[in-house]
Design a protein around this ligand. Sequence first.
Ligand SMILES: [Zn+2]
Length: 163
Amino acid sequence: MKPLTEPEIRTAFVNCTKGEAKRLAVPRGLADRPWDALDFLGWRDPQAPGRAYLATELDGRTRAVALRSPAPAPWQARRSMCSVCLTPHAGGVSLMVAPKAGTAGQRGNSVGTYICSDLECSLYVRGRKDPAGGARIHESLTLEEKIQRIEGNVATFLAKVVA
Ligand SMILES: [Zn+2]
């Protein structure tokens, strides 16, 4: 993806107030991120582990969403495959919940999905990072097809947040 700057990220949030978008934790060292290998930028707030964020380009526009990652209930701990990149993990997948944009979000509506806890789907798919304790499933998809799958799943998720 195209490298993003902090102001670009802050103005791209679709599901939080302008004030929240101004204050939330944007990672340092953005210029050093491996942008060529990223389908989206995902990060967690180091001061608040229950908060995570995701930014990507959709239809030529930068879009970012704020996510909540509630502590998993015991039955959730068994869930072990990311719904975005389909990487299996031993305990490395988190339920991430995004308040919906606009009035739907103000009424408390949200959208949830299971994502790699570190939000580094792009790196797992490219073999630049190995899932802890997980086994790579053999798939006949090419890398290009897996990348398209990530883009498609993220786009579907964002569409539900904005809808
Ligand atoms: Zn993933």
